[in-house]
Design a protein around this ligand. Structure first.
Ligand code: AMP
Length: 281
């Protein structure tokens, strides 16, 4: 695996791959990798000739007081994992390589960034859309894989790609869980052993909601109540939102008649976690 730190060098490599007729698959990450990330690499491998991964903890998608400074990092461990998974090129730029001191261009995706995490992390999706667009211009992929773990992010990227006419296929990757059901996340590393146990309530409540749906309840209000009740009864877990949205457009729904995503975010002690489940698919 070749490690690339300069934008110009990455662009040259991609130009060469394209000239050779290779299909480039891309997996952007913030590092501290787990099986969820590796599953995206595997998918990218299936769909392309050459896989490029990136590791970049993007400062513009973190709000003031969020965990940018202490976001977990393990470059050596990450390199070994990506190499083993068959990544050919790893792009790891410095923040100053991506954002010069006089940087002033941002991408705003409107409707789909509203509600859910958009309400609790102002400016977050602006940072995400901006950095992903930059990475697309640097890596020049034919196909890029994004996890369903960050469901709203996946739809933001899809919308941006469509609206700005990028000739890039956006492929969703299945949400990968730990054995006890918790969604894999780099941020799980922040959880104390006690909070780690409490965090299981998120997935348990989503499974409960899916059971309620599968048993015939289609009113989102009633399904949402089931989740609120379960999470509300867990001390030390504070729910930020639970919402049911159309799985394709992320529009609000009152009666579930098409595939929908039930999405939650909660503070578990000091750690913000998100999770979701798809129903009707
Ligand atoms: P991150 O490093 O957290 O920014 O995530 C990089 C990519 O990995 C994003 O497309 C995420 O949606 C995806 N991802 C993170 N956690 C998981 C997971 N548990 N299952 C599947 N994909 C994931």
């Amino acid at each position: 695996m070749q490690v690339v730190r300069q934008i110009k060098e990455m662009q040259k490599i991609s130009d060469k791959l394209i000239k050779e007729g290779k299909r480039i698959g891309f997996v952007p990450t913030m590092g501290y990798l787990h099986e969820g990330h590796i599953s995206l690499v595997k998918k990218a491998k299936e769909l392309s000739d050459s896989v490029v991964a990136s590791i970049f903890v993007n400062p513009t998608q973190f709000g003031p007081g969020e965990d940018f400074q202490r976001y977990p990092r393990d470059e050596e461990g990450d390199k070994a994992k990506l190499d083993r998974a068959g990544v050919e090129f790893l792009f790891i730029p410095e923040a100053k390589e991506m954002y010069s001191t006089r940087y002033q261009t941002y991408v705003e995706v409107t409707e789909v960034t509203k509600g859910l995490c958009g309400d609790f992390r102002p400016g977050h999706f602006r940072g995400v859309a901006t950095v992903v667009l930059k990475l697309f211009n640097i890596v020049k992929p034919h196909v890029a894989v994004f996890g369903e773990k960050d469901y709203q992010q996946l739809l933001v990227i899809k919308k941006m790609t469509e609206d700005l006419n990028f000739d890039i296929e956006i492929i969703p990757g299945t949400l990968i869980r730990e054995e006890d059901g918790i969604a894999m996340s780099s941020r799980n590393a922040y959880l104390s052993p006690e909070d780690r146990k409490k965090a299981r309530v998120l997935y348990r409540s989503l499974v409960k909601a899916k059971e309620v749906f599968d048993s015939g309840e289609k009113k989102t209000y009633n399904i949402v109540q089931a989740v609120k009740k379960m999470i509300g009864s867990m001390e030390g877990v504070s729910l930020q939102y639970v919402e049911i949205r159309d799985a394709e457009t992320l529009e609000r729904v009152e009666i579930v008649s098409r595939p929908a995503v039930i999405a939650v975010a909660a503070m578990v002690g000091p750690v913000r976690l998100i999770d979701n489940i798809i129903v009707g698919r």
